[in-house]
Design a protein around this ligand. Structure first.
Ligand SMILES: [Zn+2]
Length: 322
């Protein structure tokens, strides 16, 4: 273990340049690309390497060295943060916990000590506790913001790891926030070993929640297509039409004002008057209607060497019009 890095030595040896994919070597408090024609340098802050390809990312290395607000960080006032602690949540991830338990089991069937890349891992994902607390599973938690669990800063469009470095990749509530989710899916495929596992959760019926860093939503089939180079193990809704309705109601009300104080008050009011809608999802989730109208979808699959054709994709429709 390098004294200043949060990554294990094995993980550090799998790092590659996010620009040219050549190997990276430690140079004191930073990393440098061994390819002399690239010769890129990447700093490390508090043991966290900043491995950003500035030629394609919306982020620059300077955003992190100067601690600018990159993603979610600082966007919320103190009043809003306090309010969130006391008001009931309008969302409920119904499948996260059981899906992560299933993923842990599948990972350990493939390897006694699987290594898993978490994209968007600055904080622990909903339902991920059992997987994260399993000492046999090594998590490599990456993000584009500093958080309690961030081990490295990287952008999912250019994952700074060599091909086939991981047994699993987790990407929960992230792909709506990347400019090009198809490219990120290709990168996930590249860094996974043969038969490696991917687990993704991505919203469908949710309003903008990442400020300027929020770009895309997926239907159930749209999400399946995003992972067309993977064999499906399971997919479905994480939060159903009840949660989607609560989100729509909240954002309808919020759209009347830009006042931060009023919006905080309305956040509380709409939570108190709609939090119960999520409980309908225990009944609705995985019924046909939920495949047309859910708050978000999950996909669990294994890396494949074939591609799901669009003709086969449409046969997978499970919604109410089938
Ligand atoms: Zn390079």
């Amino acid at each position: 273990m390098c004294p200043q890095s949060r990554l294990s030595q094995n993980v550090e040896e799998s790092l590659c340049c996010p620009i040219c994919h050549a190997r990276l070597r430690r140079a004191g408090e930073s990393f440098e690309c061994v390819d002399s024609s690239c010769a890129a340098h990447f700093p490390m802050i508090d043991g966290i390497p900043i491995l950003i390809n500035e030629r394609s990312s919306v982020f620059s290395i300077g955003d992190f060295t100067s601690h600018n607000d990159t993603f979610f960080g600082g966007a919320e006032g103190r009043l809003m943060k306090t309010a969130r602690r006391f008001i009931p949540k309008i969302g409920k991830n119904i499948r996260g916990k059981s899906n992560y338990a299933r993923m842990s089991k599948a990972l350990l069937e493939k390897s006694p000590s699987p290594r898993v890349l978490v994209i968007g891992g600055s904080i622990l994902g909903q339902g991920m506790e059992s997987l994260a607390n399993n000492p046999a599973i090594e998590l490599v938690e990456s993000d584009v913001s500093f958080g309690p669990r961030t081990m490295l800063i990287c952008d999912a469009h250019d994952i700074p790891f060599a091909d086939e470095s991981f047994d699993g990749v987790i990407v929960q509530a992230v792909l709506e926030h990347v400019a090009d989710p198809y490219r990120c899916s290709e990168e996930i495929h590249r860094v996974l070993k043969d038969n490696g596992l991917v687990y993704a959760e991505t919203p469908f019926m949710q309003q903008v929640h990442g400020g300027r860093y929020d770009f895309t939503r997926f239907t159930h089939l749209g999400h399946r297509r995003l992972f067309r180079r993977f064999e499906e193990i399971d997919s479905g809704a994480t939060g159903g039409p009840g949660m989607a309705l609560a989100w729509s109601y909240r954002h309808f009300v919020l759209s009347f004002t830009t006042s931060r104080t009023l919006r905080t008050a309305l956040l509380g009011l709409t939570s108190l008057t709609s939090f119960f809608l999520k409980y309908f999802d225990y009944y609705l989730v995985n019924r046909p209607g939920s495949f047309d109208a859910s708050s978000g979808y999950y996909f669990m699959g294994t890396k494949a060497d074939h591609v799901l054709s669009d003709r086969d994709l449409i046969k997978l429709y499970r919604g109410a019009s089938s």
